[in-house]
Design a protein around this ligand. Sequence first.
Ligand code: NAG
Ligand code: NAG
Ligand code: NAG
Ligand code: NAG
Ligand code: NAG
Length: 508
Amino acid sequence: MTLAFMPLSLTLMLLVTNASSTSPGAPKKQKGEQRVWAKVGDLVLLPCHLSPQELQSSWKQLYEKTAVRWERHGESSHKEPHMVLEVEYSGLLKRARSMMPRASVRETSFRQGDFSLWIEPLLSDDAGHYEALVRYGKETRRCQLELGMVTVTVNPPGLLVETEPLLLNCNSSHPAKLVGMRWFHNGSLVPISSTFRSRHGALSISRPTVSDSGHWRCELTYSDDERVSATFNLQILGFAGPASPVVYAAVGSAANLPCLLNRDPSASRILGVSAQWSRLAGGDLEIRGISGNGSNGSFTLHLAEVGPRDAGQYCCAVSIHGMTITRDVTLAVMTVTPSIKGPVAEGSRLLLICSLTHPRGHEHFQWRQLSSGLSNGSSFEATPRSPAVQRYYLGSTLELTHVSQEDIGTWECSVHGSEGRLGAVEYELYITGAQLSGPRPILDGQTSFGLILVLFLLLVASILALVLQNRRIFSPAFPALERVVTAPTPGNAGKDEGQEGKSLQTEC
Ligand SMILES: *[C@@H]1O[C@H](CO)[C@@H](O)[C@H](O)[C@H]1NC(C)=O
Ligand SMILES: *[C@@H]1O[C@H](CO)[C@@H](O)[C@H](O)[C@H]1NC(C)=O
Ligand SMILES: *[C@@H]1O[C@H](CO)[C@@H](O)[C@H](O)[C@H]1NC(C)=O
Ligand SMILES: *[C@@H]1O[C@H](CO)[C@@H](O)[C@H](O)[C@H]1NC(C)=O
Ligand SMILES: *[C@@H]1O[C@H](CO)[C@@H](O)[C@H](O)[C@H]1NC(C)=O
């Protein structure tokens, strides 16, 4: 029961916390004086307006002449208050020199009882106590408030580059003791973890990524329960797109390896950005290209014709102000290996093996015939054929059991992943010496074996012919032969064989 209630009470607590937290620029009552928190560079609004009841009772007087004077009291109480901005009854507007372009009031809002002061951009010197004196008709109205400063510091200052550790800090001029600090990114609370560490209230990001960009808010809690927060926009320069992209290219085709920054450095006035492409080939680092300045932050490596040896991992290293960020891009080369090298005879069994040099494991293959020798440019989906001939296969190996005229043409092996079609390779199938006599499934090895057999048979036939000739005519032309043959013969059984062997020798 208690356990079941815990998340609910937590949610309620969060809701209450959220409701009571102050956003920057929002006023907060403090000992009769409102306090407004803002950071340097912000647009800040110092509110001063009549309540709806006051407005109802005195709207007529607001139509008479109105005078508004905004004053600022220095840090020390005995300092003379000085005028920030004044609108006289005559409508004449006066402004302190230091506030010249930055302070303004909306005179059109006076009739709605709104005499607020706007300051933009806010400077650190603007902190202090402000007072407005408003006179309309016979009435006067006084608004008093304090403008407090929140300081957001990002270290290192200036350009933030991916992977470079950074530290975010927030402090304010609030006099009470700081008791807590929370950080929000894109509206959600940042959990303190190994990625986001808290160091004396400051947030350290050890290895920032592009996704750490965006809207940040710090929330400071003081011992008097007041919450002060400030927002800021964090921009981190890094790579756009997936973290380790794989490019699929057919052997012989062109390939573009992407290397794109999330911002155009030249548009952001970041100069001196250069990129270098390299590749580990057989243990050696091979420089594949150097780019002085990528247009639109793109340093694409173009390979005009991809060979199987080009496959592998490439590295794009971008140098920005002495910092280097790298991105690995894998080039996976697709090839088709036919089981028959050279000409394919009609009726043969042909295997087309589609392979990928760098499979990630989740890919699947699909074969289809793009165009055939019989029907023009039609794929299987467009013109389904007789069910006996499959023209659309799943799997990396396509088997054509009896290559026919219909198979002539372009075959395509495409590779697909969860993200869709990744790439494709084509294979042109030609049939040579189409034989009408039927299938001749003779492979290279079988052909040579047949030839040897024929030669051997011819040899045997000639020997037999010789032996027969020797028996019929006891020719005196070969006396030496007779002697050699008869001498080492152990028995009559081996005589014929020995003769044969000797005849062979003399013949060759
Ligand atoms: C806030 O931090 C900045 C820089 O870290 C420092 O200069 C400033 O004095 C701090 N202000 C307060 C009120 O602590
Ligand atoms: C936060 O917002 C920014 C800008 O909209 C975006 O680039 C970033 O990826 C977001 N990050 C997270 C973690 O939501
Ligand atoms: C770099 O860019 C500038 C203009 O943006 C161009 O004039 C210059 O030729 C480029 N340099 C290289 C090496 O591409
Ligand atoms: C840069 O990007 C813009 C818009 O995204 C495009 O119009 C322009 O052609 C690109 N320039 C180059 C050189 O790629
Ligand atoms: C092949 O296509 C071309 C043009 O698309 C056409 O002229 C030709 O007649 C077609 N041939 C066959 C056999 O369909």
